[in-house]
Design a protein around this ligand. Structure first.
Ligand code: HMG
Ligand code: MG
Length: 313
């Protein structure tokens, strides 16, 4: 039996402050959002998606975007990128004014999701992204591209791989340096994710692809492993498994960062992330939100620590 060769090192793009918090009903204080970024930096994350420059009428939780980004960028950690979402030129200009050095445009492989999420068709969204990528590149700002609903759509059901490949290739042609493939509602499994990756990799080199898997059905870690076997070496993840998309009812958070780190370290793959500090961060932000961390690894590590702690008086 031949074992697929896995990447030696993996980059994790932390989603907690953006995808993780965007769906929280209670408004999270700006101070807490900035502190979350600081704790993630200390745990070793080198890319932290910090906020999104979308309409506050659509996503009130991200209404303090300019303040969060400006405060984070006032004391940036060495070698850390702080990308932000920008759906259109208005969002890009606001992000640039707040100091953004990296932005992301976000499209979808499903027409209905595109309409619900950003109020336009797939073709209109791509036409909006082009001036954003041009303005960003002129300003020396890097642009990442997302494709949502890469396996399934909450409104249309199954999504076919060529539809994903088409949007991914268009984003790449616009100059997105990396294309993040979103299983927005977490319906993928290793077989459907690999079929999707095979189709996309025929249009965009696999080195430029990232996996962005939500964990609704508990398959996200398995999907990360299946993607590693296909040569994908970048994954989006959210500390504590926080999050969900406001336009994908019932979808749960991204795969938990600590679950991915546990998997990767177990496979002997380097991340330069400290698991204990990450678990502390998961416990802290979950406490701020009034709940226990959702991730299996955070729960297991915290339970083990509690067993070891000396009994009280
Ligand atoms: P729209 O209403 O079609 O925009 O929204 P418009 O151009 O017609 O403008 C309407 C109003 O919005 C105007 O204000 C604009 O100024 C304002 P008014 O005159 O009524 O006072 N506006 C803005 N304000 C602030 N920032 C902006 C902006 N643009 C227009 N950038 C829009 C279009 C895209 C803005 C809207 O649909 C929106 O904000 N949607 C939110 C989308 C979102 O945040 N979704 C969640 C993130 S995506 C995600 O989670 C998926 C991902 O994780 C991958 C995966 O899991 O699959 C990335
Ligand atoms: Mg997402």
């Amino acid at each position: 039996m031949t074992t697929p060769k896995l990447p030696n090192a993996v980059r994790i793009v932390e989603m907690g402050p953006r995808d993780g918090l965007q769906n929280e009903k209670q408004l999270v204080p700006t101070e807490t959002k900035v502190e979350l970024v600081r704790r993630l930096e200390r745990a070793g994350l080198k890319a932290i998606e910090t906020t999104s420059f979308v309409s506050p009428k659509w996503v009130p939780q991200m209404g303090d975007n300019a303040e969060v980004l400006a405060r984070v960028l006032a004391q940036p950690a060495a070698g850390v990128a702080y990308p932000v979402l920008t759906p259109n030129l208005k969002g890009f200009e606001a992000a640039l004014a707040a100091g953004a050095k990296e932005v992301a445009v976000f499209g979808a492989a499903s027409e209905s999701f595109s309409q619900k999420n950003i109020n336009c068709s797939i073709a209109e969204s791509l036409a909006r992204f082009r001036p954003v990528t041009e303005a960003a590149h002129a300003a020396g700002v890097r642009v990442r591209g997302y494709v949502s609903c890469v396996v399934g759509c909450p409104y249309e059901g199954a999504v076919v791989p060529p539809a994903v490949a088409e949007v991914a290739a268009t984003l790449r042609d616009m100059g997105c340096y990396e294309i993040s493939l979103g299983d927005t509602i977490g319906v993928g499994n290793p077989a459907s994710i690999q079929r999707m990756l095979e189709a996309v990799a025929m249009r965009v080199p696999v080195e430029l692809l990232a996996g962005h898997y939500h964990d609704t059905y508990g398959m996200a870690v398995a999907n990360v492993h299946a993607s590693l076997q296909m040569g994908v070496a970048v994954f989006d993840a959210s500390v504590g498994g926080l999050g969900g998309c406001p336009y994908a009812a019932g979808a749960s958070g991204n795969v938990a960062t600590e679950d991915v780190v546990w998997l990767l370290h177990g496979l002997g793959i380097d991340t330069r992330i400290e698991l204990d500090a990450l678990v502390d961060t998961a416990a802290w932000i979950s406490g701020q939100l009034g709940r226990e961390p959702a991730s299996r690894v955070a729960r297991a590590v915290l339970a083990k620590r509690a067993q070891r702690a000396p009994a009280g008086p």
